[in-house]
Design a protein around this ligand. Sequence first.
Ligand code: NAD
Length: 317
Amino acid sequence: MSKLKVGVIGTGHMGQYHVNVIVNIAQAEVTGCFDADPNRLAEISKRFDIPGFRDMDELIEKSDALIIAVPTVYHYEIAKKCLDRGKHVLVEKPMTETVEQARELVELAEKKNLVLQVGHVERFNGAVMELKKVVERPFLIEARRLSPFNPRIADVGVVLDLMIHDLDIVTNLIGDEIRSVSAAGTSAFTRHEDVAAAVLQFESGCVANISASRATQNKIRTLTITQEKAYIILDFATQDIDIHRMASQAYLMTREELKYRQESFVEKIFVHKDNPLRQEHLHFLACITGEQEPIVPGYKDVRTLEIAHSILKQIHG
Ligand SMILES: NC(=O)c1ccc[n+]([C@@H]2O[C@H](COP(=O)([O-])OP(=O)(O)OC[C@H]3O[C@@H](n4cnc5c(N)ncnc54)[C@H](O)[C@@H]3O)[C@@H](O)[C@H]2O)c1
């Protein structure tokens, strides 16, 4: 079967990882890359030995599919251009700045029978893929995604930058029927919110407590789930899942005092650890060739963005 011709638009921090992965995927032939910054374009084109296009339209024309890793404010405009020209699109998260833009892109892709995938790379984290097998009617979900400040992402706040990953994971895990949303946030370094905390109550009764920060002097990416017979701890960075289960609990009466004893054991789940970005690309290509169905349909991506915007509304009014 002939290889799919893939181009990369935007070769900054995330774009370089996309190039690094796609050049090593046998099913793809890299047409080249484009970046608005000619120095960056020259650097990446040289580092990976791929053509650097000075004209984005030419790269789009020569490709079957485009990976878009430009700042979020340009996602809509560039993804629309690619879809209009009949090209499949893998656009970085968040899909767009607004819900209306996302809806328009999803409808356009459907109308033209094109694949439009959002770069929610955590979906392809080995631990997240395993999680679906162990989660059963959770009561409480706590997600924490905390990072030190990095001035690179200045066009959107932490909700669209980081929290969107956890909104995507949580809603794909337990559904998106939400009874209430409450949230608060504050800015630390930018004009947007750099810290945000949201509490979502789902129709199932489950409560999700989601915190995101880009003002923390440590990098933490964890998800914990409390359900009837287990407490599950997922670490996105190490791709590990630990499940705590209660074995027994008892009160012990000694001569001096009453003691509480609790016995639990921890199960370590076997996780197949691959590069999640590579898995993301393989899924994108397999959806284009029809070998796989998108693991998350477009309308769900729109819904996740809607939830993010209801959190932003609570924060900014
Ligand atoms: N999936 C993830 O985990 C993850 C992680 C980081 C960033 N991202 C996303 O990737 C996107 C890019 O973020 P980044 O950290 O790589 O930013 P960045 O600033 O490092 O890179 C953006 C690149 O796009 C180029 N660019 C700007 N405007 C352009 C335009 N109109 N046309 C072509 N090129 C243009 C810039 O010159 C720069 O090289 C953002 O949407 C961000 O949310 C996703």
